[in-house]
Write a protein that binds this ligand. Structure first.
Ligand SMILES: *[C@@H]1O[C@H](CO)[C@@H](O)[C@H](O)[C@H]1NC(C)=O
Ligand SMILES: *[C@@H]1O[C@H](CO)[C@@H](O)[C@H](O)[C@H]1NC(C)=O
Ligand SMILES: *[C@@H]1O[C@H](CO)[C@@H](O)[C@H](O)[C@H]1NC(C)=O
Length: 416
């Protein structure tokens, strides 16, 4: 099980967020002030996401609970129309759009800038029926029919389970509520689970088109000393440290783990944020503060290990139990099955937008992804390269509307 000297910038750049939220690590974030860290307790705003982040801007908002077939209860929000005077399309049936966030964050990330700058509001004001998903384990989706979030079994999942359970449950729900196929927007892990689903022919009967921002599938390119250290620690020791458990970025065990990594020779955590996520060109300081008050969110340790495997192995496959017998037991094969992206239906309309400074969705890895889509019908795939953008710019950049979101809307309008 040799490690390549590479690690997912994906995983790592998310650590960057963790580090800046960690007061012990003194990463020069004094202007951010107290973040209300609460140890292992995750506190959701009591009023929920609609009241906290949508209704305050004068939009209608509905909140739903969606139960997955393996018992998780996911919170889903709907912004059915734009502000008064916005929205257009009088009487016409609105097209649904589902927004799927990335790893270690939740659906709130679509709502942090002003309404004129945030994708969810912009879509509503442009006449779309907007749905926001929150995957298992994030603060509004920490419920299960029989398990409690304190039970280790609650955290026994990886992104394979998002492909098998969360995504189908939410997509089915939106499909039933609206009676229509939907457009999909994914960011980061939200692109990975969509690509993996489509490659298995899942959801393609209910998804009309997909816009993939900071697309992630292959995660092999990482060159910093930090990445190498992290790769070893992650796949090797993290299971021993955390077991089958919640990976709570705001908790003490994760903080101590990161502190130990940062103490390794040659690892510089001071400028981790830009060294690893890539230098975001266009974030608003107030929005960053708001981001850090709302994120990061917990995920499963097993999910983080799966992401680390994705890097190590350089291929996209299901979770590797690390043992032939366990793999045989789960998959009937000694190696975990591969998600073969060349099997994505070649006529499924795709829009991909990636950034020149995105350390998480590295340009070389995006090229590998594009190579695997080279049999796609040419008029069904659009690719945008944004030289100055890094990972977070695609969601929270103050120029994202002009640069990316307007293109997404045009792309969706072409799908009538
Ligand atoms: C975790 O889930 C796997 C199936 O994905 C199952 O085989 C295993 O027994 C579960 N472990 C625990 C502790 O629940
Ligand atoms: C940054 O955010 C603040 C608070 O929402 C807002 O008042 C300001 O106009 C924003 N700046 C830019 C450049 O969008
Ligand atoms: C993926 O599928 C294509 C065609 O279906 C096949 O030619 C290719 O070998 C497969 N790749 C892998 C890695 O299995």
């Amino acid at each position: 099980m040799a490690l390549h000297s590479s690690f997912p910038s994906a995983v790592w750049s998310l650590f960057a967020f963790l580090l800046v939220t960690e007061p012990y690590l003194a990463l020069g974030s004094s202007r951010r002030g107290p973040l209300g860290l609460t140890g292992n307790v995750i506190i959701a705003p009591p009023a929920g996401m609609c009241a906290a982040a949508v209704a305050v801007h004068g939009y209608k908002c509905q909140e739903f609970d969606v139960r997955t077939d393996d018992g998780y209860i996911l919170s889903v929000q709907r912004i059915p129309e734009g502000r008064v005077g916005g929205g257009g399309g009088g009487g016409k049936t609105k097209q649904p759009v589902l927004l799927q966030h990335g790893v270690l964050v939740d659906g709130m990330t679509w709502l942090l800038n002003s309404p004129d700058q945030s994708l969810a509001f912009i879509l509503a004001d442009n006449g779309f029926d907007v749905w926001i998903s929150n995957i298992r384990g994030t603060r509004f989706s920490r419920r299960h029919a029989t398990l409690n979030a304190n039970d280790p079994e609650f955290w026994n999942w990886t992104w394979d389970d998002l492909v098998m359970h969360d995504l189908p449950s939410v997509i089915d729900f939106v499909f039933k509520q609206t009676g229509q196929k939907m457009n999909y927007v994914g960011h980061s892990l939200g692109t990975l689970i969509a690509l993996a689903s489509f490659s298995e022919g899942r959801q393609v009967d209910k998804v009309k088109s997909a816009a993939l921002l900071s697309p992630i599938a292959y995660l092999s390119h990482m060159t910093t000393a930090l990445g190498v250290v992290a790769a070893r620690s992650f796949v090797g020791e993290i299971t021993k440290l955390f077991g089958l458990a919640e990976f709570n970025p705001k908790g003490a065990p994760v903080a101590n783990f990161l502190k130990a990594l940062c103490a390794q020779p040659g690892v510089d955590c001071y400028d981790l944020m830009s060294a690893v996520t890539g230098k975001n060109c266009c974030l608003n300081a107030s929005t960053e503060d708001l981001f850090l008050k709302n994120e990061p969110q917990s995920t499963a340790t097993k999910n983080m290990i799966h992401l680390a495997q994705t890097v190590r192995d350089g291929i996209l496959s299901k979770y590797d139990y690390g043992n032939v017998n366990y793999n045989l037991e789960h998959y009937g094969e000694s190696r975990p099955p591969v998600y073969n992206l060349t099997n994505i239906p070649h006529n499924l309309p795709l829009f991909l937008s990636y950034g020149g400074r995105d350390a998480l969705s590295d340009v070389r890895d995006v090229q590998t992804l594009l190579d695997s889509l080279k049999l796609h019908e040419p008029d069904k795939i659009s690719v945008q390269y944004v030289k100055d953008f890094a990972h977070a710019d695609f969601i929270m950049g103050v120029t994202a509307k002009d640069v990316v979101f307007n293109q997404v809307i045009e792309f969706f309008r072409r799908q009538l």
